[in-house]
Write a protein that binds this ligand. Structure first.
Ligand SMILES: *Cc1c(COP(=O)(O)O)cnc(C)c1O
Length: 464
């Protein structure tokens, strides 16, 4: 018996065949040649496992394989997905989806030139740091504002500007990891400041801060919002206003790493009380940092709000150049902030807020419809109540009641169906729970329902 590997066609023979004409019409010859070589290598490998059966029967089958390889390679690496996980601010899925106005502003800023660092009035060089500042001042009452790349950069910049070479007091209950390797002690040491731990994990009192401030070369107090976990039981932490009074008395800089960035009223979103930037500024912190792409609902950014002098010093810090924000982000952030001038508009237009406040009845109706329209016979589908989370390291312990469609494939495992859904050109990301694929309607935009239905039918059939 001859080795089937010896009978594989040559590259030139395939390229010259009639079957390859459409492929060569669609792609440059060089790319087709490379893909043919790869298809041959793949077939050789498969022959080892499957024998003759792995060899395409004819030129048309070779052309199909090569065409598939090329179309997969044409998919962008970073591409849109449908988030059916129920996690609204899913860091792995890009956190906050953007409003229509924000998207349009970003396209506009990317399309051509802009006055990013150009003073249109004077016709001379301006500063990128003027954009968004007036809006942020109006919305939060801050004296000044500075936008950088993300909140992590904001923390490093603030501590480096205010406490490099000096000690920074942090409660032991706040020496946390926020996620993605953002650990407060590491960030602090990279900023050039020296960590001085205060209190215990569960209880820190004002006197602990006062004692720690004595004698040493303390420059600042850092307060960190425990945004991604809760501690409960026998606990005590110092009120921001008391920390502010102590900082003033001792001449220390008080910085609050707040993270979540909620600007809207948590009550209107069905969320429990959540600290907000304007409240901490009122309580007397010198500066506070928030993320642009968490509960604010905008693009990735870090926003520092605070006293004029303090924020001005940060703007002059050379590190600010390394953390600088780009024009497309600034355009999206400005459009997002503008929604907040009218809170109802913010709740309506900003997708993360809209998803948070989506009425349960609407989710139930959409889940019912999706379930009814699924093709029968490939999976058992049912509608069920469920619970989602806000995500993105915010609102720990908050369950968002929701409606789900739960699918149990008949001839495949739920993991196989989930994988099939992820392999679509526009992937659908789901949870798998109790041997079912769970589709949470809260994080699916209503205008994605038709696409989701088609995707579920296609993937279920491919699995069946
Ligand atoms: C999310 C978060 C960060 C990190 O923010 P990024 O914008 O992701 O860099 C820092 N601190 C707190 C308290 C956070 O919640």
């Amino acid at each position: 018996m001859t080795d089937p590997r010896r009978n594989l066609p040559g590259v030139d023979v395939l390229l010259a065949s009639e079957a390859f004409r459409p492929v060569l019409a669609d792609y440059p010859r060089g790319r087709v040649v490379a893909a043919v070589r790869d298809a041959l290598v793949l077939a050789r490998g498969e022959i080892g496992a499957l024998g003759e059966a792995a060899v395409p029967a004819d030129d048309a089958e070779w052309a199909r394989r090569v065409g598939d390889l090329l179309s997969v390679r044409d998919l962008p690496s970073l591409r849109g997905v449908i988030n059916a996980t129920g996690v609204i601010l899913h860091t792995n899925l890009g956190r906050a989806p953007l409003s229509q106005a924000a998207r349009a502003a970003m396209v506009g800023a990317g399309r051509g030139y802009s006055n990013l660092e150009f003073d249109l009035d004077k016709g001379e060089r301006g500063s990128r740091y003027v954009h968004c500042v007036d809006l942020l001042k109006e919305l939060t009452g801050a004296q000044d504002a500075l936008v950088v790349n993300n909140n992590a950069a904001a923390v490093v910049l603030a501590l480096n500007s205010m406490a490099a070479g000096r000690e920074v007091l942090v409660s032991r209950g706040e020496l946390v990891e926020i996620g993605g390797g953002f650990r407060i002690p590491d960030m602090l040491s990279r900023s050039g400041a020296v960590l001085k731990e205060v209190g215990t994990t569960n209880r820190t009192r004002l006197e602990d801060y006062r004692e720690a401030a004595e004698g040493g070369s303390v420059g600042a107090i850092l307060k960190v919002h425990r945004s991604n976990f809760r501690i409960s039981g026998f606990t005590e932490e110092v009120k921001i206003s008391d920390l502010a009074a102590l900082a003033d008395e001792l001449g220390l800089f008080l910085f609050y790493d707040l993270g979540s960035g909620l600007l809207a009223d948590p009550g209107k979103l069905g969320l429990p009380p959540e600290p907000r930037a304007h409240e901490s500024l009122l309580a007397g912190v010198h500066a506070v940092a928030i993320s642009g792409d968490k509960l604010l609902g905008g693009p990735q950014a870090g926003i520092i709000l605070g006293d004029g002098e303090v924020v001005g010093a940060m703007r002059k810090n050379p590190l600010c150049r390394a953390f600088r924000v780009d024009k497309v982000t600034l355009a999206g952030l400005e459009a997002t902030l503008r929604h907040y001038l009218d809170e109802d508009e913010a709740l309506r237009e900003i997708p993360a807020l809209r998803m948070l406040s989506a009425p349960l009845d609407d989710l139930a109706v959409r889940a019912q419809r999706l379930c009814q329209e699924l093709v029968e016979g490939v999976a058992k589908a049912r509608v069920a109540e469920g619970s989602g989370v806000v995500g993105g390291g915010t609102c720990p312990g908050v369950d968002l009641p929701t409606w789900t469609v739960r699918l149990r494939p008949i001839d495949a495992s739920p993991r196989a169906l989930a994988k099939e859904l992820r392999s679509l050109p526009r992937p659908v990301v789901v949870r798998v729970e109790d041997e079912e694929v769970v589709i949470d309607m809260r994080t699916v935009e209503p205008d994605e329902d038709a696409f989701l239905l088609a995707a579920l039918n296609q993937a279920s059939e491919a699995c069946g």
